[in-house]
Design a protein around this ligand. Structure first.
Ligand code: NAG
Ligand code: NAG
Ligand code: NAG
Ligand code: NAG
Ligand code: NAG
Ligand code: NAG
Ligand code: NAG
Length: 428
């Protein structure tokens, strides 16, 4: 699968400028795989990292090394998949105050690259599937708002949480320190809890669900995830719910909500003013926040993209043996100019986002690692997948935020043909 992936789509990348602040590209990443269902569950998880190179001659170092070894010479547009066995286990609290203790682990994976790359991670255990975008270390933040805990029948409706029964346990925060120094972290807003996380390590702590705003504050940039290993679903099954928290913003932003996912969803909102839900309103497909906005529906937590962080070129992953979709949201006057790989998107079925100037469409994809780009505007792209009504997904990684005519011309250039031949030969 990986050799042919990308096929026609890569050349855009050849023209992409070095790290822009709002892209998902970088050279250093720390990846953590959360406990999926339960650490003692008999089947082993399939934990994978996907790395997409944007430049020729990209050399990657992964530590600890995956079974496949570290790749030496990726070419622009190439995506490689690596199988990892590191996984965070149980949240081990050692005393009677489990909500106040950080449990520290060294089960992290350090990825460094000679040139900018995009990194994604996916964890699959039976029907429990979650994918995540990994934010490069130099684009992380020091403050994140904790979303409200969603009401999930069988998991959070017990009244009293049971910390030693996985599916009835509380949600947890997973906080990663990617820096070379120890970081001081505190959870503020309620009773303050603080601790330290050493370089390259990860902490887990349970979340208390207050209606007052709560936030994580650190003295150096950290990554923060909101996660439950075994949230109850239909038929007495359970599965991982996992989403990255977006950095706190210093002003209120608008987050358009994709209508195709909105109907059974609630939006988890959290900032300095408000921590609570908003349910889908037929007259307004937009929510506002100066912090976290995450769409929740059974089996899916999807971090929403604010208007200010729309991009112009994305790489969309693909998971074999699942239904893969991509959802595109764009200003209604900019529906033309979107391309899936080399092919212009025509005749899409557009749905209005009520109360906004946006429209949205969802498309099935069957190509691994497709580049999706706009030649003159910005847009939001989400990757979502499903299997038997079990959803997973994440915002598609942003490769560029400046729409470029150049991308279009590159596609027709000599270089494109040259590259295509190179890849086809590699695929044989
Ligand atoms: C969970 O903890 C409670 C209180 O400490 C204890 O009574 C119960 O037996 C434990 N349950 C399991 C499944 O270990
Ligand atoms: C990750 O690996 C790089 C290269 O070996 C190293 O410079 C960096 O300190 C490591 N980061 C952490 C947090 O261990
Ligand atoms: C968590 O808190 C929010 C805000 O107060 C509330 O709406 C929600 O029902 C709570 N969740 C649970 C599982 O109790
Ligand atoms: C808001 O945040 C941005 C990005 O983090 C920063 O560049 C800007 O200076 C901040 N503005 C204010 C008023 O703090
Ligand atoms: C963008 O793509 C559209 C559709 O393929 C095309 O009609 C238009 O000329 C392109 N615009 C630019 C600036 O390349
Ligand atoms: C999906 O659902 C069908 C019908 O309920 C069932 O037969 C099948 O085993 C399910 N697939 C998975 C992977 O669970
Ligand atoms: C993601 C998603 O909901 N996909 C939908 C997109 O539209 C097709 C056709 O309308 C539906 O069948 C999919 O379920």
């Amino acid at each position: 699968m990986t050799r042919t992936s990308g096929l026609v789509f890569l050349l855009l990348a050849a023209q992409i400028p070095a790290s822009q602040t709002l892209t998902s590209t970088g050279k250093e990443f720390i990846v953590v795989f959360p406990e999926n269902i339960a650490y003692y569950h008999p089947s082993s998880p399939e934990n994978k990292i996907w790395i997409t190179a944007l430049h020729d001659g990209t050399v990657i170092t992964i530590s600890p090394p995956p079974a496949e070894g570290s790749p030496q010479n990726l070419i622009a547009g190439e995506t490689k998949s690596f199988t990892m066995t590191q996984e965070l286990g149980k949240h081990n609290y050692l005393n009677s105050t489990p909500f106040e203790v950080f449990s520290i682990s060294d089960k992290t994976i350090n990825i460094t690259s000679s040139k900018d790359v995009v990194v994604q991670a996916i964890s699959i255990k039976k029907r429990s599937v979650q994918s995540a975008l990994v934010i490069p270390a130099d684009k992380l933040s020091m403050k994140y708002f904790l979303p409200p805990v969603p009401e999930i029948e069988g998991t959070t409706d017990q009244g009293v949480l049971v910390v030693n029964v996985t599916e009835r346990g509380p949600f947890r925060l997973i906080i990663i320190n990617p820096s070379k120094d120890t970081v001081k972290v505190a959870i503020k807003g309620g009773d303050e809890i603080s601790g330290v996380i050493q370089s390259g390590k990860v902490a887990q702590i349970w979340v208390t669900n207050t209606s007052t705003p709560q936030f994580v504050e650190a003295d150096k940039p950290v990554a923060v995830f909101f996660s439950h290993p075994c949230a109850t679903r239909y038929d007495c099954t359970c599965g991982l719910l996992h989403a990255m928290l977006p950095p706190a913003k210093n002003r209120t932003m608008k987050f358009p909500v994709p209508p195709v996912l909105a109907e059974q969803a609630s939006i988890l909102l959290s900032d300095q003013q408000f921590r609570g839900y908003e349910s889908f309103k037929s007259y307004s497909a937009v929510v506002q926040s100066a912090g976290t906005a995450i769409l929740y529906q059974p089996s899916l937590l999807l971090t929403l993209i604010p208007e200010e962080e729309f991009g112009s070129c994305f790489v969309v992953p693909f998971i074999e043996n699942k239904k893969n979709f991509l959802i595109i949201m764009v200003h209604k006057e900019h529906k033309d100019g979107i391309h899936i790989g080399k092919v212009p998107l025509n005749n899409a079925d557009w749905q209005e986002l009520k109360g906004t100037d946006y429209v949205s469409t969802n498309l099935s994809t069957s190509f691994p690692n497709t580049f999706v780009w706009h030649n003159s505007s910005t847009m939001a792209v989400y990757f979502v997948g499903n299997e038997n009504n079990t959803w997973f997904g994440n915002p598609a990684p942003v490769v560029s935020v400046t729409p470029g005519k150049e991308a279009h011309s590159v596609l027709n250039s000599y270089r494109f043909l040259d590259r295509l031949i190179h890849i086809l030969m590699g695929a044989l």
